[in-house]
Design a protein around this ligand. Structure first.
Ligand code: AMP
Length: 425
């Protein structure tokens, strides 16, 4: 009977080398930037009690439709969910451990949402992000947003736009929400069916609709900027002054509300113009001054962002930046003699910190040299029968015009290091 051929589940995929190495490099660039800015890494569980995510808000697709939820084998069973994002976990960890503030955290890892898969939209995808908890200083907003700006720059991206908005605070928000709801109800008949449903649950989220039919109504809706309280307006002004002083270009986007319900005051999004408009958000975030309290902690302001690694790499491809890795292998060991020499020489070179690969199965010299070429290695160390009996190896410079010489096996590390230091002949 034929065995079934399994494939990765719908909406997920295997990231194979060398693409996986490029992703790791991207995370390293992010981690370096974050750690140089005083952020420490939080590693939290991939799943949480479902209530942690339900606190993100009842009108939220991520919570109502997209959670991967399950019960464990406990008695009684616990209701758990794979994390759809990390801000809730960071706030849960804050409420649990009560660290001193400001608590500056970075993270990276997979998130899970049961969405309709398409290019740039997956059921398992990676994010990197930061959160600063325990301060509502506008300079913290500027630090967080600035970190995002510098990260895209560090990857070489030039076509990322920053959109910012303020959603107001506990004082201004209800006034705006009421005005917006009145307005949307007055034009209810013109809205799409989905938006009419959203209107009853959370009028603000109607502004998030990308449906063609809703666009005229949205374009004429009242804007938050006209409803900001004095304190909110001042906070937003200070954030803008900070961004100006960084020379970070941004656009005020009065209808930017973003997907999750918990945002207050500053919200922002990074948009990649190199991608199709449907899937062009490469990151976003904002201030969430009530979320820690929702999760049982003390009242604690917070601001952060999450950036989508998968989409950033698609945008890098479209911009032709942050390309393939330089080959991680510098040395390729070719062995036609058999015996233990290749085992020992590979080990010695690797212990000296060099990137080393080798062939197996005693293939022919020609076949092994072909592999050496393909590996991208700069140096081949060749162990033939002659060499082995003389206790030497041949060290060959594989670059155009490079020569070769025999050295005692005991000196192979020095010979290879010398050759690599020399640069192209
Ligand atoms: P959000 O947590 O929804 O604000 O998402 C932050 C970023 O994560 C977005 O700007 C996207 O770049 C990325 N993202 C969100 N959902 C997905 C998904 N299903 N597949 C790939 N990337 C995603």
């Amino acid at each position: 009977m034929a065995r079934p051929l399994f494939r990765a589940p719908v909406g997920t995929r295997d990231i194979l080398p060398p693409e996986s190495a490029r992703r790791r490099r991207l995370v390293r660039v992010f981690a370096d930037l974050a750690e140089r800015s005083g952020f420490g890494r939080l590693e939290s569980p991939v799943f949480e009690e479902i209530g942690v995510f339900q606190r993100l808000g009842p009108a939220n697709d991520v919570v109502t439709k997209e959670l991967f939820e399950f019960f464990d084998k406990g008695e009684p069973p616990r209701h758990l969910a794979l994390r759809p994002e990390l801000t809730a976990s960071v706030c849960r960890a804050f409420a649990e451990h009560r660290p001193t503030v400001p608590w500056k955290i970075w993270y990276s890892g997979p998130q899970f949402r049961y969405e309709r898969p398409q290019a740039g939209r997956y059921r398992q995808f990676d994010q990197v992000g930061v959160e600063t908890l325990g301060t509502d200083d506008p300079h913290a907003d500027v630090e967080v947003i600035g970190l995002g700006v510098r990260f895209y720059e560090a990857l070489g991206m030039r076509r990322v736009r920053l959109l910012v908005n303020s959603l107001g605070d506990a004082e201004s928000r209800p006034v705006y929400d009421a005005a917006l709801a009145d307005y949307l109800r007055s034009r209810r008949d013109e809205l799409s069916e989905q938006s009419r449903v959203t209107l009853e649950r959370n009028p603000l989220r109607v502004l998030d609709s990308k449906r063609e039919q809703d666009q005229t109504v949205i374009a004429e809706a009242p804007v938050m900027a006209d409803f900001l309280s004095g304190a909110s307006a001042e906070h937003f002004a200070e954030v803008r002054v900070g961004l100006d002083s960084l020379d970070a270009a941004y656009e005020i986007s009065p209808r930017l509300v973003r997907g999750l319900d918990y945002y207050t005051r500053t919200t922002f999004e990074f948009v990649a113009d190199a991608l199709d408009t449907a899937q062009n958000a490469v990151g976003g975030g904002g201030r969430y001054d009530g979320l820690v309290e929702e999760l049982g902690g003390p009242p604690t302001p917070g601001i952060g962002f999450a950036l989508g690694v998968d989409r950033i790499l698609l945008a890098c491809d479209a911009e032709d930046v942050f390309g393939g890795d330089p080959a991680p292998v510098q040395v390729f060991v070719v062995d036609t003699a058999g015996g233990q020499s290749a085992v020992v020489i590979c080990d010695r070179l690797r212990q000296a910190g060099l990137g080393v690969d080798r062939a197996f199965d005693s293939r022919s010299m020609k076949a092994q040299m072909k592999r050496a070429d393909r590996s991208g290695a700069v140096v081949a160390v060749i162990i033939g029968t002659d060499e082995q009996s003389d206790g030497v190896v041949t060290v060959r410079d594989m670059r155009p015009g490079g020569g070769q010489r025999r050295v005692a096996s005991a000196h192979v590390v020095a010979a290879v290091t010398d050759l690599l230091a020399k640069g192209v002949p």
